[in-house]
Design a protein around this ligand. Structure first.
Ligand code: BGC
Length: 761
């Protein structure tokens, strides 16, 4: 048999590095070398091969294909034994959380001993890199560079697939407006447009152009629907969302994933309007299958089918299984309920449909053609941790950094006369936290922590680097603060690395306070009191409330949990080798009391007034405005925006808005022009403004760059009272600028046939 490679960018890099030298060799299967072509995106009614296979399957074998189990070989012996024997009898169709060619191979061998020799599919949470861990997804979104996210997913897919994995439970495309929610690390932030752009990029990156290629992964858009709206930011808790808001704000990233051809979808744990998502026929049937025409596999979240009992809409396991199956869940992850489903005409029909979808996925992945396609030990050793990927991780980490303050123009650093730098703070040497919470294979010992990166690079330039942790990252313990402050006093420059430890972020790691944890605020105060030039760097996994931090430190850089190359990227940013140009994909509030606070909320009938005025949407004890708005981030040069113009003609689509940005400063720097539209009057209350376009540019000093935003009619549709996307002619206020507070530039009237006219204020 022959193996075809699609020449993706990373594959070209791989070939250049002499990788992928061994084509994988098919083992003898029931279908031998006459296996049907593997490139199929959906089950085709005329697919004789799959229909015949289904016809041969017993009820138990069918339910087995719908059962997914964790393959952790280091677990207790009985589980291991039972898992193996159940794979061997065809009672398990897919395995999660196992990776590594050798281990996957053992399991695949077992599956091929089963009566019908249906190969296993290996699933894994490849969230932001496999072994070469990239920055957490919210950092990727902060890059405002979807091409970067696509490339990061491509690298992750190439590495993970070389380690035996066929399917990733990513991207998480849940919109998040509440930074208390730990899972904001995994998504693209608060905006449906951003969320859609990044959903597409990530799906394309993982899946490439052809799922059967050995360097691609099936992707999974998760968690449908409204998971990010958990009350109080409490993961798994109820989210109460109107259908209009669900469709208008939470669903577009899923629809974008559909457009990109995402192979699988995972429902969310929580319940909305009386229905947990795993039993929600509105979500899983009406929207997903009927409106969006999704042909792929729906996999349950971990144990979520059994949780229908705890949700109290099922009284026993059988009812829970039936509810989920009939709502449209195809694969049961970890509840082990589908294998004992009651056999009725209804469940038989649903099971057959689900099995065909699962088998189609396996076929699309090329597994019937060659069950060992992804199981080449030599390829694994050559691909995983390729140095080229590390370089990509370093560039990605730098691109996601956001400069919140540079009041003394300290960045980029002028190192003249600097002999000693103090690197202080509990996140400085914490390589594990630099990796971020959601990675299963990344290793702290592979990771360049902020301290390591700064030490190595500054010491190469003859500058001494001294370090003190100052205090723990989470617990309150001020005992080390005075020593750290002393070190600051003895140094010419201080880099203070504060933030959140990794395990205060991610799944179920919700916080009620989102300032600096433990004694970190005291450490900050003690260090800045020494009066040395200080750069405060935040290694965090969510927006933080930084009101007290902002006043104390004139230089504030958000690095996030930036992955395996955190320290090198930080050095690049500090010295100006990498331009700082990231933007916030989520609002940073002043305080927890303001949450939820997002830029595209509604205006209300009583919008806030200038100054304090009673009977307005406002607070008595705080401004309504955030500390840093969505889209905010400084550059280290001076950028000038020209007044944008509409360059397309009236009476036609699309409408094109263009303008220039010029770097009028003296340094190479990045800027991201962002287009915001505000529908002035419509039949349902519009958001204050909505992001409709953005593009990140690098500009040399003196360089002028044209930006161009193209607006199609579909971009102006909104969800009407009938829950359908609709267009209404009318006036829009247009603003282009460097963040979501950009001032209005002009108004434009738009009709059915495009632009009607423009009016300047
Ligand atoms: C998470 C999912 C994840 C799954 C499998 C669950 O707890 O909610 O996002 O894919 O575990 O690891």
């Amino acid at each position: 048999m022959s193996i075809r490679f699609s020449l993706s960018k990373s594959l070209v890099a791989g070939l250049a590095f002499g990788l992928f030298v061994q084509p994988v060799v098919a083992q003898e299967t029931e279908w031998g070398s006459d296996a049907p072509p593997a490139i199929r995106k959906t089950f085709q009614k005329d697919d004789v091969f799959l229909k015949d296979l289904l016809a041969k399957m017993t009820w138990e074998e069918k339910c087995g294909q719908l059962t997914q189990y964790a393959g952790e070989l280091t677990g207790p012996q009985p589980i291991k034994k039972e898992l193996f024997s159940r794979i061997g009898t065809g009672e398990i169709g897919s395995v999660l959380s196992i990776s590594g060619v050798e281990r996957c191979r053992k399991m695949q061998d077992e599956a091929l001993k089963s009566r019908l020799k249906i190969p296993l599919v290996f699933a894994f949470d490849v969230i932001h890199g496999y072994r070469t861990v990239y920055p957490i997804p919210i950092s990727e979104a902060a890059s405002f560079d979807p091409a970067l996210a696509q490339e990061a997913a491509r690298v992750a897919a190439t590495e993970a697939s070389a380690a035996g994995i066929n399917w990733t439970f990513a991207p998480m495309v849940d919109l998040a407006r509440d930074p208390r929610w730990g899972r904001v690390i995994e998504g693209a932030g608060e905006d449906p447009y951003m969320g859609s752009v990044f959903a597409k990029a990530r799906v394309r990156g993982f899946q490439g152009e052809d799922l059967s290629q050995p360097d691609t992964l099936a992707a999974c858009a998760k968690h449908l629907g409204g998971y990010g709206a958990a009350e109080g930011g409490r993961d798994y808790d109820t989210s109460e969302i109107s259908e209009m808001t669900l469709r208008e704000s939470y669903m577009p990233p899923f629809e974008a994933a559909m457009e990109a051809g995402v192979a699988t979808v995972m429902p969310s744990f929580q319940e909305t309007a009386g229905r947990p998502s795993h039993a929600n026929t509105f979500l899983l049937q009406d929207l997903l299958r009927e409106e969006w025409g999704f042909p792929g596999v729906v996999v349950s979240d971990y144990g979520a089918i059994e949780e229908l009992l705890a949700h109290r809409i099922a009284g026993d396991r059988n009812s829970a299984g039936k509810l989920a199956l009939e709502a449209g869940v195809d694969i049961d992850m970890m509840s082990d309920i589908f294998r004992t489903l009651p056999r009725t005409p209804e469940t038989e029909k649903a099971v057959d449909e689900a099995v065909l979808r699962v088998l189609t996925l396996k076929k699309d992945l090329g597994l019937f053609e060659d069950p060992y396609r992804y199981l080449d030990v030599e390829r694994e050793s050559q691909v995983v941790m390729n140095p080229e990927y590390r370089r990509g991780a370093r560039a990605a980490a730098a691109k996601g950094a956001v400069l919140l303050e540079n009041r003394d123009s300290l960045l980029p650093l002028d190192l003249n006369g600097v002999k000693q730098i103090a690197v202080i703070g509990p996140l400085a040497a914490d390589a594990r936290s630099a990796l971020g919470e959601w990675n299963l294979v990344g290793r702290a010992e592979d990771t360049v922590s902020p301290l390591m990166g700064l030490q190595k690079n500054f010491e190469n330039r003859g500058i001494k680097v001294v370090h003190s942790e100052g205090c723990p990252s989470w617990e309150s313990d001020p005992s080390g603060i005075s020593k750290a402050a002393q070190l600051a006093a003895e140094s010419d420059l201080v880099i203070l690395v504060l933030g959140e430890p990794y395990d205060a972020t991610g799944e179920s790691r919700n916080r009620t306070q989102i300032g600096l944890p433990g004694s970190q605020q005291d450490l900050l105060e003690a260090v800045v009191a020494k009066g040395k030039p200080t750069v405060t760097v935040l290694a965090n996994g969510r927006p933080l409330a930084l009101t007290e931090v902002k006043d104390l430190t004139p230089t504030l850089l958000v690095l996030w949990h930036a992955g395996i190359e955190s320290g090198n990227a930080l050095y690049d940013l500090l010295v100006g080798d990498a331009p700082i140009g990231g933007k916030l994909p989520m609002t940073f509030p002043r305080s927890v009391g303001q949450i939820p606070l997002y830029y595209n909320r509604k205006t209300s009938g009583r919008p806030p007034a200038e100054g304090v005025e009673k009977y307005r949407v406002d607070y008595h004890d705080s401004p309504l405005t955030p500390l840093y708005p969505f889209g905010y981030g400084l550059t280290t040069s001076a950028m000038k925006f020209s007044t944008p113009v509409v360059s397309s003609k009236p009476g036609e689509w699309p409408i094109v808005i263009e303008g220039d940005i010029s770097n009028t400063g003296s340094r190479t720097a990045d800027e991201v022009p962002q287009l915001y539209l505000s529908d002035e009057v419509r039949s349902v209350t519009p958001p204050r403004k909505e992001l409709k376009g953005f593009e990140r540019f690098t500009l040399e000093p003196g360089q002028t760059q044209k930006y161009r935003f193209v607006i199609e009619k579909d971009d102006l549709r909104f969800v009407g009272l009938d829950m359908k996307r609709t267009f209404e002619p009318g006036w829009y206020t247009v603003a282009v600028g460097a963040d979501s507070d950009a001032a209005a530039n002009f108004r434009m009237e738009v009709g059915e046939d495009g632009l009607v006219g423009v009016s300047r204020p």
